[in-house]
Design a binder for this molecule. Structure first.
Ligand code: NAD
Length: 480
């Protein structure tokens, strides 16, 4: 048992109240550490530290800030195994996934924005015979970064890196369910003598810590990733204070498979896009639509592969499916399986809690589950479940599947499998979604805009979009 601490003004520190929360290991269902149960008082101190650091950090040259971000990246890379173990223990994800995806991506996030900021250019607009405009892009000040539990360090650094690169100082709140790697990052900051107060972590509950960040008058922008209902709450408190808001929210993504696809590639990728990280990636395709001539073959082959996914101890290198993140989340996911049955669905594989022996006997595991026979508009096919559950259903025409795909309140990502180029373009244009992958999934170029439409969010992250979000544009017009 050990204690996670806040990181404020360059110091590892206890919550002012002295109160702590239990932190569980999903694979065992047992408490393994304590985290600060911080509140508005800790947030106030963190914001003060960030305000104090802002003049120094924002006046550093771009090259110097870039070097600091590279140093952070290098140190995470140096401690990659320790970070991967921490992420796996805290979240329940297979250690191989943390080692090959989560932590390397956190390193890439810092490196990418360290380089991107050196290429960030300002615009000028010439008015012939009248004058010239040029637009400065200035850091905002203190910004708040609030992140979820599914990709803890990956998504936290996806916000922190551009915010810092652009010259802001940060008060960050990692998910209270997965605080461990953010704590390790604060230790890395200490190890490299990262300037005090530039990056601060306040741990604790969303309504106490997260909301205190959102309502603090000196925090001028909020970058949030999490559930749609939390996003709605944040918008309701931050919008009347005229804060800049970036909201990356839930999804219910379609995976559309035409009979002319590259079958093997589609099949292997669809297993991954359905169940990677126990289906707890906002980009996972949870509704699989298959063109009717291929439906029975797909069903047989897909179920055969899914039933072989090894559910096991996340720390085991052979484990493909680890634990879901919490007992409450496990119960929510299981309740959706019951709902699916009540709505007339048939579970064709999985459908229950998985028993993993020995140290994981009390852990929160669910067998990867495939359900068929449901209508496109039932609750199971409309609401975000965010677990190892997919539904499959046949379709006959492009128009029909577009209607199914676009029928939810969400619009984050869609995947499309076809060898017909015209159809790929035609469908991609019409899908109500911020991201469309054609014949691939989760292929990420960090320069591209990332985000959703409808209830999946407001604004875009990634590349120059993120640097635009974390800066204020100031136009200067000079008359001849
Ligand atoms: P969540 O909304 O419960 O929590 C996210 C973060 O917000 C946590 O740090 C939490 O403590 C904090 N929070 C909670 N209440 C708050 C409040 N009132 N004010 C301020 N902060 C508050 O989400 P979660 O369960 O951690 O994550 C799962 C959700 O995240 C899913 O809906 C998933 O789709 C979504 N997600 C979206 C993306 C994306 O890029 N669009 C990426 C990953 C996850």
């Amino acid at each position: 048992m050990f204690t996670i601490s806040n990181f404020i003004g360059g110091n590892i520190c206890n919550p002012i109240s002295g109160h702590y929360l239990d932190n569980f290991e999903p694979a065992t269902g047992k408490v393994y550490s304590l985290i600060p149960d911080s509140d508005h008082n800790d947030v106030a101190v963190a914001v003060e530290a960030a305000q104090k650091a802002f003049p120094y950090w924002s006046s550093l040259s771009i090259e110097t800030r870039s070097v600091w971000l590279i140093k952070l990246a290098d140190k995470i890379e140096e401690h990659l195994e320790q970070f991967a173990e921490a992420e796996s223990k805290d979240n329940g994800k297979p250690i191989t996934l943390a080692r090959t995806m989560d932590i390397p991506r956190a390193v890439s996030n810092f490196k990418f924005f360290a380089h991107a900021i050196t290429q960030f250019h300002s615009e000028s607009h010439h008015m012939e015979g009248v004058g010239i405009n040029y637009t400065l892009r200035q850091p905002i000040g203190v910004v708040g970064c609030i992140s979820p539990w599914n990709l803890p360090l990956y998504l936290l650094t996806w916000k922190i890196a551009p915010a810092l690169a652009a010259g802001n100082t940060v008060v960050a709140k990692p998910s209270e369910i997965t605080p461990y790697t953010a704590f390790l990052l604060s230790k890395v900051c200490q190890e490299i003598n990262f300037p005090a107060g530039v990056l601060n972590f306040v741990h604790g509950l969303g309504p106490k810590v997260g909301e205190s960040i959102c309502v603090h008058p000196s925090v001028k922008a909020i970058s949030f990733t999490g559930g749609t209902s939390t996003g709605k709450r944040i918008a309701s408190v931050a919008a009347p204070m005229f804060k800049k808001l970036s909201l990356e929210l839930g999804g219910k993504n379609p995976n559309i498979i035409f009979a002319d696809c590259d079958y093997e590639e589609m099949l292997a990728t669809s297993v991954r896009s359905s169940f990677a990280n126990q289906g707890q990636i906002c980009l996972c395709g949870s509704r699989i639509f298959v063109e009717r001539p291929l439906y029975e073959k797909f069903k047989t082959d897909f179920v055969a592969r899914v039933s072989k996914l090894q559910v096991g101890d996340p720390m085991d290198n052979n484990t493909k499916t680890g634990a879901v993140v919490s007992e409450a989340h496990m119960n929510k996911v299981l309740s959706y399986i019951e709902l699916a049955k009540a709505e007339g669905g048939t579970v064709i594989t999985g459908g229950e809690r998985a028993n993993v022996p020995d140290r994981c006997a009390e852990g929160w595991f669910i067998n990867p589950t495939v359900i068929e026979g449901l209508a496109y508009n039932c609750r199971t096919n409309q609401e975000e479940i965010f677990g190892p559950i997919v539904t499959i259903m046949p379709f006959d025409t492009e128009e029909e599947v577009l209607m199914y795909a676009n029928s939810t309140d969400y619009g984050l990502a869609a995947t499309l499998w076809t060898q017909n180029l015209s159809r790929a373009h035609r469908m991609a244009e019409k899908l109500a979604s911020g991201i469309v992958w054609v014949n691939c999934w989760l292929v990420r170029d960090l320069r591209t805009p990332f985000g959703g439409v409808k209830n999946s969010g407001v604004g875009r992250e990634g590349g120059m979009e993120a640097l635009h979000f974390f800066t204020e544009a100031k136009n200067i017009c000079i008359s001849y």
